[in-house]
Structures are given as C-alpha cells and as structure tokens.
Design a protein around this ligand. Structure first.
Ligand code: PLP
Length: 495
C-alpha cells in the first residue's frame, strides 16, 4: 500500500478570514429529443398508456422565498414524541436523512449524530435551527414536483425513457460537459467510470485522505487500491503538492473530491495528471454549480461522478447519480455498463451492473435543476453572513476560499479544538450541527484489513477531530444564521 509520508499537522496558521463571491452562473439547459420508448435498447418497462393515472389539478404553488421559521416550532405529527417513520438508513452516513420530515433529526440532526451521546433527542420539526430539513424544498417546488410525478405516471414508462434522456441533456448542458449518463447513485457513478476505464486489481487510484468514504469505496469496488493523499490545510481539499509522493508505477487515476461545495485545485491536479498520463475523475457529489476558475464542477476533469442524494445541493427524492464527461466513447460504455453491460436487450457485451436512474427521479431532478442557481445563491449569502459574524471568534477556524474558487456551500464547516463542547452548547439551544466526517476512511472498520493505523494521515485525523458543520441550506433563514452566530459567539465569550 502506498502511503503519503506522515507530516506534522499544519493547521495552526489557517486563515480566519475568507473571501466569498457570488453564486455560480449556470448556462441555460437545453432539451434534446426523447428516445423512442419502443426501442429494443430499452428494457420492458412500458405499460399501456390507457393505464394512465387519473389527473388531479396541480397543487397550488407555495413559494417560500423568505422563510421566517427561526422561533416557529412546527407541530409534531405525533404527540408521543416517536419518530413517525422507520429509520431505513442504509449505511452509517451521519449526515444522511432518508425522510423529508422528522426523521432526518435522527440521522442528521441531534439524536443520531455519532457525537450525539447525551444530546437532547428532538425531531427536526421541533428544533429552532435544524441541521437539515428537506421539506421546505419540496414545499417550494410542490407544483413542479407534482407535475413531474404526473408526467411519469401518465406515460407509464418507468426506466430508461424520455425523462432520463431529457435530464441527462439538461444536466450536461448545465455543467458544460458533452455527456451525462444517469445512474443509481454517486458511489456507482464513480465505480462505473473506473470499470469503464478498466481500472481494477493491481491498479492504484489517488483519493483524498479527508472526505466521505464513498470515494474510496468506488475504487475498492472497482478492484483497485485507494491511495490516500492528505488535504490542503486551508481548503481541506486534496493538496496537489502531495500528489508526487502518492504516485507509483501502478497509479492509474486521481479522484479528487470537491469537498463541502468547493472545488479542488483542478488546474494543478490536471497538470500533474497530464504530466504522468493519469485519468482525472472528479467526485462532484457536493459541488453542483461550484466553479473552479470559471468552469463548473463536473467538467473539470476527464469525467465526474455526481450524487443527487436528497440532501445535496441538487437532490432527487431518493438515491440518484450521474456521470458527466466530454468523452463520447466513455459515456457510451457507461450507458451500457449501467444496464447489465447490454446495448441490445439480452445481448450482454460487458460485465455490467444494474445502476439506472429511474424516470421518476429524473423527472424530479428536471423540476429542481432550474432552481439550483437560486438555491446556491441563498447558500452563498448565508455563508457570507457566517463569515462576517464569526471572524476572530475564539479558536474558530473559518472556511478559506481561494480567489479562483466559486463555492456553493454544500456545507459550512468550521474547526475548533472544543468541537464536542460547542456542539453540546448549540444542541442545548436547539441548533443542529453535524460532523463531516468523524472517522477518516483509513481508520474506519471497513478498511481495517488494509493496514493503516492512527498517525498515518495526521491532517485527515485532525480534521476528523475538529470539524463541525453549522446549518446552511436554501431554506435556512438569515435570522437563523444570526441565531447560530449569537450562540457560537456566546460559547467563546465573544461580545
Ligand atoms: C463526497 C461524496 N462522494 C460520494 C458520495 C456518494 O453518493 P451517493 O450517496 O449518491 O452514493 C457522497 C454522498 O453522500 C459524497 O458526499
């Protein structure tokens, strides 16, 4: 296993001020002709059109342009305090929520946190500032989402049809890539790219030591070895200066994450990759609309894996993902690999997977895509507010934004040596926080067999101990951010 040499943590001088800029401009999406549903390339998913669902009038649109929910406690749906859904968390991703209402408090807010301990157990609808609440997004786009649902129900076509093709075309245009291939989720998007390239046993792929484990799993599931590379101590993204120490004759690709909504330094990563003949696969799961030197995440490498997990800046209403690339042959191969390796029904040319993005989720994503720029702009404004109000407070380290980056603030992550204390202080005031991520992948049980130990990647380990995500999102209000800032400042004894 190739490891980056251990280094002393270099966080002491991380800047307390950061430069923020306006939200990314997204090009207008364009529509392409939808496929013929009778095509033999599409599996037998069509149902007779006479089975169309009975139409109901469109729900009246409820626009929440400036929600004011700071001190409004929405009524709990049950008075027994129970969470009215079954927790179906498929894996331990502590920020994840699988329901739009109360449940995300379990998995994303206070109770389900890996740091939760004795924090108060409260549902999202009960806290003053939840870390995540997806219902307002559904409310704001209710009419569009209802219409999307009806389109799919009316068509009776559920997989590999017009909605998917239209979404692929619209999303590719929005990032400036020639092709988009919808798949089941972000993890498989990255795995499929590596499979399509033939990256597998004996190969190495350089991944960030600090980030979400899905990036590593994509490499492992493709059969290759993830080789961790420590982050830039200010941006927390993969540090291009450390790439040389990670490269070996077996290295095939670099897989940087655009973490927390800010792109990695792709100019330097691409330059290194070009010098050594390596493929660059972006993990663009957290960066819909983010830009690096004016170009959008998803078009910055040779290909990108995208997640539309519900909590993402562009989230479906269930798991969903995509690959974007301007390489036509690669896109074509992934189209087949996502569908059992089949170009023509029952003719299987590759050892493929079942990783399709459903018509319903594609239709929902089409309803949400035109809203992305506005929702990102709201995140940018809230981040600016945090940066202004939290500068110079205690030992808090604020996110740093290089002048070439246009982040979309998927998360607003601060650092402090008093992380657990601060989290408890905020929880007691009904402010949800989360840790992204508490266990660096190399120390997770999943990779116990790989031989890594504490101390191998000290920057990632220190980040895991210190990072804390404060609430941010298109439906968090400025007043809620002020409320959070007031209590963060209060914790550190700042006026
Ligand atoms: C950085 C990063 N990479 C990959 C993924 C995996 O995406 P998905 O959950 O759609 O498989 C996620 C989502 O959680 C992520 O945050």
């Amino acid at each position: 296993m190739n490891c980056v040499p251990c280094q002393e943590p270099e966080f002491a001088s991380a800047p307390g001020s950061a430069q923020t800029k306006s939200a990314a401009e997204l090009p207008q999406p364009t529509l392409r002709r939808a496929p013929d549903p009778a095509s033999p390339a599409n599996p037998g998913t069509a149902r007779p059109t006479q089975n169309q669902a009975r139409r109901r009038p469109a729900a009246k649109r409820r626009t929440i342009s400036s929600p004011r929910r700071l001190l409004t406690i929405r009524p709990n749906r049950r008075n027994d305090g129970a969470i009215p859904y079954t927790n179906v968390a498929k894996h331990d991703h502590s920020t994840r929520c699988h329901h739009i209402g109360d449940l995300e408090a379990r998995s994303a807010g206070l109770a389900g946190s890996t740091q939760g301990g004795d924090l108060p157990v409260k549902a999202t609808s009960q806290v003053k500032v939840p870390i995540l609440d997806l219902k307002p997004a559904c409310d704001e786009l209710r009419e569009e989402l209802d219409a999307a649902y009806r389109r799919v129900m009316d068509s009776g076509w559920l997989l590999l049809g017009r909605e998917l093709e239209a979404f692929e075309s619209e999303y590719a245009a929005s990032v400036g890539a020639a092709h988009c291939v919808g798949v089941a989720n972000g993890l498989e998007a990255m795995q499929l790219v590596l499979m399509a390239l033939g990256v597998g046993p004996g190969d190495e792929v350089i991944v960030p030591s600090h980030g979400y484990i899905a990036t590593w799993l994509a490499v492992t599931h493709a059969g290759a070895h993830p080789v961790p590379c420590e982050p830039d101590p200010h941006t927390y993204n993969l540090d291009p200066d450390r790439l040389a120490a990670c490269r070996s004759p077996r290295t095939r690709a670099i897989l940087p994450i655009h973490l927390y909504g800010q792109t990695a330094d792709m100019e330097r990563i691409n330059a290194f990759a070009a010098q050594h003949g390596l493929f660059v696969l972006e993990d663009a799961a957290q960066s819909h609309g983010a830009r690096c030197r004016g170009r959008a995440a998803g078009s910055l490498g040779d290909a990108a894996g995208v997640s539309f997990y519900p909590s993402k800046n562009l989230g479906a209403l269930a798991d969903a993902g995509a690959v974007t690339t301007s390489d036509a042959a690669l896109a074509e191969k992934i189209r087949h690999l996502r569908n059992y390796g089949s170009k023509v029904r029952y003719q299987n040319e590759f050892l493929g997977m079942n990783s399709r993005l459903s018509e319903l989720q594609a239709a929902f994503l089409r309803a949400k895509l035109p809203q992305l720029e506005e929702w990102n702009a709201r995140r940018v404004a809230l981040a600016g507010r945090y940066l202004k109000r939290l500068r110079g407070v205690g030992d808090l380290v604020l996110p740093a934004v290089p002048d070439w980056a246009t982040p979309v603030w998927h998360l607003f992550v601060v650092r402090t040596s008093r992380r657990e204390e601060l989290q408890r202080h905020l929880a007691a005031r009904e402010i949800g926080t989360q840790v992204h991520y508490p266990v660096p992948p190399h120390l997770s049980k999943a990779y116990a067999g790989a031989g890594w130990k504490r101390g191998d990647f000290p920057l990632a380990e220190r980040l895991a101990d210190e990072v804390l995500s404060l609430p941010i999102g298109p439906h968090v209000t400025p007043e809620q951010v002020d409320f959070v800032c007031e209590h963060v400042r209060g914790f550190f004894g700042a006026a």
